[in-house]
Write a new protein. Structure first.
Length: 308
């Protein structure tokens, strides 16, 4: 669609007046310089479109990405984009890339457009939750449980549902996963007994939602669940999120969305043992992927760096 702006109409009137009465008179009437009138007359072909603003974007730049750098990013993006742009950047640096992260993101955006990849718009209408992050590994760990999608289970489950218990350390983003066949405080308490050994450091606080696998309904009973009793015996503080506020457990909730997108949607499991084995392999891979929020380091690198 061709749009004729008020500025283009103004310039057309000025050019027509200059042709009829001369450049000097046009400059006086339209309160501008004679050079400006001459420039517009050179462009004017009788239509307002010829006087439209031209793009000032340069056709080239001395510091623009070279063809070899562009091809390097295309290659690295193809193999590592599913792990996040931070991992793409780290892998590109290992292969000789020397640009900034921001420059890489712009080039990846161009590559995505070439490949027909549609970028989803980020919703910004909601009120952002203020993050309270752990100050060291084990200071605060978020725990939650999710369904394993039935579509990827290619064996006879005998009408059982399988669940993934997830613990993520807020400081290092290190995760520990466990597959269970029942959503109960028995399995979550069993998981908690092993969590410090699996994480590799002491834990001060565990944060969960108000699900029955963690706590009882306080309006019905004040009795502790097996999960809460286990935490008290281990000397770990328990923190509950506000009801109907999943964003307060945002890191573990976000990691579950990543699991569905990057793992469960691409896998098939032929048995329970196969499911457990692949989840453990995925957990190991996740803890070795670089993340922008960690300064382009992996969770395991952050834990090792802190323990030195």
């Amino acid at each position: 669609m061709k749009i004729i702006t008020e500025e283009m109409k103004y310039r057309k009137q000025m050019c027509e007046y200059a042709i009829k009465h001369g450049v000097t008179e046009a400059a006086k009437r339209y309160h501008t310089y004679r050079k400006f009138v001459y420039r517009q007359l050179e462009r004017y072909d009788g239509t307002a479109r010829s006087l439209a603003f031209k793009s000032r974007k340069p056709n080239s730049h001395p510091n623009q990405h070279t063809e070899s750098e562009y091809e390097l990013l295309k290659h690295v993006r193809k193999h590592y984009q599913c792990d996040g742009l931070a991992e793409v950047y780290v892998q590109a640096l290992k292969r000789g890339y020397k640009r900034s992260y921001g420059s890489m993101v712009k080039q990846i955006s161009k590559i995505n457009k070439e490949c027909g990849y549609k970028v989803k718009k980020i919703r910004t209408s909601y009120q952002k939750h203020t993050e309270v992050r752990g100050q060291y590994p084990g200071d605060k760990v978020q725990v939650d449980i999710k369904y394993v999608p039935r579509e990827c289970l290619k064996f006879d489950t005998q009408d059982k549902r399988y669940y993934q218990i997830t613990a993520i350390d807020e400081y290092s983003r290190k995760r520990v996963l466990m597959i269970v066949d029942e959503k109960s405080s028995y399995h979550t308490s069993k998981f908690i007994k092993q969590i410090e050994k699996l994480m590799g450091f002491k834990i001060k606080t565990i944060q969960t939602d108000n699900g029955s696998e963690f706590v009882n309904n306080q309006e019905k009973t004040k009795e502790e669940t097996l999960f809460e009793r286990t935490l008290r015996q281990l000397g770990i503080k328990h923190k509950r999120t506000r009801p109907y506020s999943p964003w307060q457990n945002g890191k573990v909730e976000r990691s579950h969305r990543i699991d569905n997108k990057q793992f469960y949607s691409k896998q098939e499991f032929t048995s329970k043992n196969d499911l457990i084995k692949k989840v453990k392999r995925y957990e190991s891979r996740y803890n070795n992927i670089s993340k922008k929020v960690l300064g382009f380091k992996s969770p395991n690198e952050i834990v090792e760096q802190y323990s030195i």
